[in-house]
Design a protein around this ligand. Structure first.
Ligand code: NAG
Ligand code: NAG
Ligand code: ZN
Ligand code: ZN
Length: 312
C-alpha cells in the first residue's frame, strides 16, 4: 500500500517539477527580456512604415515628454501604427537626449533603451538645461548632463529640514527594508546638500510622503505591473514619492529584481528638484537595469544639486 502511494506521489512530484521548470525557464527568459512592453520586434522601423506596435512607441514617447501632437490629432495619431513625421522628430529628440546615434529610426540601441526599466517621470527635453550652460563658459569644457524641470521649482531657503513619512507599503517589499533603504537614500543627499531629513508619523503633515501603489492610482501617472515603470516622484514642493508595488523589490537584487535604495536615491533627487540626467553614470539617469545597483551619488548628481541650491 505504502509503496503504491509513494509512487503516485513521485509521479505527481515529477509532473509538478516539470511544470516548475517550465515556469522557471520562462521566468529566466523574462529576466533577459523582461519588459511587458518590449519594442524589440520593431527594430528597423522608420518613417513612412506601418507596423504593429508603432502606437505603443508613440505612447511611450508621449508619456516621457518627447511627442507632442496637436490636441485634435492626439487621439487619432496615438491610435494608429503609422510611423509619421511627428514620431520621427520625437525619436530624434529621444536619441539626442540619450546621446544615441541620431538615426531617426528604431535602431537596435534605441529599442533596447526604450525596453529597459525606468522611472515614470518625463525627461525634460525643453531647451532649459541650466547645467549645460553653467559649465560651458570659461576654460571648462566639462559637459554636465544634469537638468531641472521647467521653471526650476525648489524648496524655499527656509526649508532645509524636511520631514517624511510612509503611506501604504504593499507588495514584496517589507516595511523595515523600505524604511532602511529610504533612510540611507536621504542620508546620501543630505551629505551633499543643505538638507536634513527626519522621519515623523504620517499624521504630522510631513513634507514628503512615500508609498507603494499599483496601476492607476489617481495622480495621472499610472503604474504598469512588473517591469518597465518602477517609480515616480514630483518636483518641489509636492513631496509625493510613489513606488510601483508590483515590482520585485529587493535590498540585494538578483538579476530580475529591483534595488530599493537605488530607486529611492533617484526619486528623492526628483523631490528636491532634479530632472533626469543624460549621464548614464548618474543616479538621476532615468533607466536602472534589473539587478543593478546605483546607490552612490555621482559627480553629475552632486553638481546638479549644488547648482540648484548653491552654498550660501
Ligand atoms: C543658462 O542660460 C539661461 C538662458 O540664457 C539663463 O537664463 C540661465 O541663467 C543660465 N543658467 C545658468 C546656471 O547660468
Ligand atoms: C502632487 O502632485 C500630484 C500630481 O499633480 C497630485 O495628484 C498630488 O495631489 C500632489 N500632492 C501634493 C501633496 O501636493
Ligand atoms: Zn526619475
Ligand atoms: Zn503616483
Amino acid at each position: 500500500m505504502a509503496p503504491r502511494i509513494s509512487s503516485s506521489v513521485v509521479s505527481i512530484l515529477v509532473l509538478f517539477l516539470t511544470i516548475q521548470s517550465v515556469t522557471i525557464h520562462s521566468r529566466s527568459l523574462g529576466s533577459t527580456k523582461p519588459s511587458l512592453t518590449s519594442f524589440h520586434s520593431l527594430e528597423g522601423a522608420l518613417k513612412g512604415q506601418t507596423k504593429d506596435g508603432i502606437k505603443e512607441v508613440k505612447r511611450y514617447l508621449k508619456a516621457f515628454g518627447y511627442l507632442d501632437y496637436e490636441d485634435d490629432d492626439n487621439n487619432a495619431a496615438l491610435m494608429d501604427d503609422k510611423f509619421d513625421g511627428t514620431l520621427e522628430s520625437a525619436l530624434k529628440s529621444y536619441q539626442k537626449f540619450y546621446h544615441l546615434k541620431i538615426t531617426r529610426k528604431l535602431d537596435a540601441d534605441t529599442v533596447k533603451l526604450m525596453s529597459a526599466p525606468r522611472c515614470r517621470v518625463p525627461d525634460s527635453v525643453h531647451p532649459w538645461h541650466a547645467g549645460r550652460n553653467a559649465t560651458k563658459h570659461g576654460k571648462s569644457h566639462i559637459v554636465t548632463d544634469y537638468a531641472f524641470p521647467s521653471g526650476m521649482p525648489r524648496w524655499p531657503p527656509s526649508q532645509t529640514h524636511l520631514s517624511y513619512a510612509f503611506g501604504p507599503i504593499i507588495g514584496e517589499a517589507s516595511p523595515s527594508d523600505v524604511s532602511e533603504a529610504c533612510r540611507r537614500a536621504f542620508q546620501s543627499w543630505s551629505s551633499v546638500s543643505p538638507f536634513t531629513f527626519e522621519q515623523v508619523p504620517l499624521e504630522d503633515s510631513p513634507n514628503i510622503v512615500i508609498g507603494f501603489y499599483q496601476g492607476d492610482h489617481g495622480d495621472g501617472y499610472p503604474f504598469d505591473g512588473p517591469y518597465n515603470i518602477l517609480a515616480h516622484a514630483f518636483p518641489p514642493t509636492n513631496g509625493s514619492l510613489h513606488f510601483d508595488a508590483d515590482e520585485h523589490w529587493s535590498t540585494s537584487p538578483s538579476s530580475y529584481q529591483v534595488d530599493l535604495e537605488s530607486v529611492a536615491v533617484h526619486e528623492i533627487g526628483h523631490l528636491l528638484g532634479l530632472a533626469h540626467s543624460a549621464d548614464q553614470n548618474a543616479v538621476m539617469f532615468a533607466i536602472l537595469e534589473e539587478g543593478s545597483m546605483k546607490r552612490d551619488l555621482r559627480q553629475d548628481d552632486i553638481n546638479g544639486i549644488h547648482a540648484l541650491y548653491p552654498a550660501q
